[in-house]
Design a protein around this ligand. Structure first.
Ligand code: NDP
Length: 447
């Protein structure tokens, strides 16, 4: 009966919200394992309440381009749950986003934030604005217009946004400056700020570094060493580049990076000098990987190709966007000889691709745990802002390493009877769910 209830709850989700439905289904398949044994959750209807967001805010953003032509886009802030603390989660600027995207991302964010052990609720937001090809002044005017609409709904004790796809340190600077101008308050309302005006050292690196730290615990448990392993990474943004940097730093071999136009491969592995040049290409020059020769980078470029079937590797690390790996891509991953999928992007596998990988014995390291390092250091940035302090890179990195170790241990602890390739998925989902559900019940649970 209880199992059917769960399925019925999942099926109540608006069928137009496919990605959100996929995220809920993924969590529900883990929660099934504890639902009957812990009837309080059912009695308090915690599970179905978590499938409904606290608040969905949608607004119009009107801005002017360099030719004085007027444009408008949509903006969203989706506040999912604040049982454990003020809402927290990034902003994404990408033309493909819609309400479904932010419902999925904010739902995932609540569970992820819970795993960090820091007092943070979950939210996500952004806009269907396309930053590609826009001048710096256009980006600034868009960010100013976006923040004019968003400012009434956020605050250091209510909702603290950060960056995500299309929103890096430059955009956070413009957004923060506008918030400060509107409110006259320098209160750390955004994280991912530059260290110059209140940002935390290591925040930029944290998601990628954290993913590598999580991986090292898993490998250690399996008596393996990253030194002997090859990692195929997709994406060439904040997460991918810092994951690659840490893997190379740990003497692992990174065989690929990609962007939305194609893949740059290095069968023998990128060197740290290659990576520096790739960072300069992507982050300083906002260029495309296909122009790699201009930057003296060693490799082979494959136009319009993803990394998964281009060479052999041990770890597939999708680090670009949701559902980037579908069932057809899994064939390449399986053929490559990989044993692990390190989900550095949010929900990078379709549901079918996840099931195929598990069936073939590929161990899935789930995004909620793997990429939680970014929000963990965002939480650490808030602490520094509240204390009016700036901690050293070493201190923040040590805290990040400890948090990733705790997350790994939580995943193991909360999936005691699971030993399949999906054990970390269940561990992360159950650990996250238990904490947020117990907080909802403890607070009387009527919100
Ligand atoms: P960035 O915008 O810095 O980089 C994204 C990279 O992925 C770019 O190389 C981009 O290519 C590529 N990409 C984006 N969308 C697509 C697409 N539809 N098809 C192919 N390639 C695509 O984003 P981040 O690195 O910050 O984020 C990557 C993932 O990690 C996302 O899932 C995000 O939600 C997640 N994440 C990020 C965190 C952070 O701290 N930044 C924290 C936790 C999760 P191109 O260069 O061509 O645009």
């Amino acid at each position: 009966m209880a199992k059917n209830d769960l399925k019925e709850i999942v099926n109540m989700i608006d069928p137009n919200h496919n990605i959100f439905h996929q995220a809920v289904k993924d969590v529900s398949e883990s929660i099934e394992k504890i639902y009957d044994a812990e009837p309080i959750y059912k009695k308090c209807r915690v599970f179905d309440r978590l499938f409904h967001h606290d608040r969905i805010i949608k607004f119009r953003v009107t801005w002017e381009d360099d030719n004085s032509d007027v444009h408008h886009n949509f903006g969203w802030r989706v506040q999912h749950n604040n049982a454990l603390g003020a809402y927290k989660g990034g902003l994404r600027f990408h033309p493909n986003v819609n309400e479904d995207t932010f419902k999925f991302l904010s739902f995932e964010q609540t569970f992820k934030n819970t795993l960090t052990g820091l007092p943070m609720g979950g939210a996500k937001g952004g806009s269907d604005f396309n930053p590609k090809g826009k001048s710096d002044r256009e980006i600034m005017r868009f960010c100013q217009a976006f923040m004019r609409e968003l400012a009434p709904f956020i605050g250091p004790e209510t909702d603290v946004p950060a960056g995500d796809i299309g929103v890096g340190a430059r955009e956070i600077g413009y957004l923060y400056g506008t918030y400060k101008a509107i409110t006259e308050k320098h209160n750390g309302v955004l994280t991912g700020k530059a260290p110059l005006y209140g940002g935390s050292l290591i925040r930029t690196e944290a998601t990628g570094y954290g993913a590598a730290y999580f991986l090292s615990h898993v490998l250690n448990n399996d008596d393996k060493d990253i030194k002997n392993l090859r990692v195929a990474i997709s994406g060439a943004g904040n997460v991918s580049l810092h994951l690659a940097e840490k893997i190379i730093d740990m003497n692992g071999t990174v065989v690929s990076l990609s962007d939305s136009n194609g893949t740059l491969m290095s069968k023998d592995g990128f060197t740290i000098d290659d990576l520096k040049a790739i960072k300069s290409l992507k982050l300083d020059h906002r260029d495309r990987l296909k122009n790699y020769k201009k930057y003296d980078i060693n490799g082979d470029y494959h136009d319009d190709k993803e990394p998964w079937s281009l060479c052999d590797y041990d770890i597939a690390a999708p680090s670009a966007t949701q559902n980037e790996i579908d069932d057809k891509d899994t064939k390449g991953i399986i053929k490559s000889g990989a044993s692990y999928v390190l989900e550095a992007a949010n929900m990078p596998l379709t549901h079918k691709a996840t099931l195929t990988c598990i069936e073939k014995g590929l161990i899935i390291l789930p995004a909620k745990a793997v990429n939680a390092g970014g929000v963990a250091v965002s939480g650490i940035e808030r602490t520094q802002n509240a204390l009016m302090e700036q901690w050293s890179a070493e201190k923040v990195d040590t805290k990040l390493q400890n948090i990733m170790k705790d997350i790994y241990q939580s995943c193991v602890l909360h999936a005691p009877n699971c030993d399949g390739a999906d054990k970390y998925i269940h561990g992360a989902n159950i650990a996250g769910f238990r904490k947020v559900a117990n907080a909802i019940i403890a607070q009387g649970g009527l919100n």
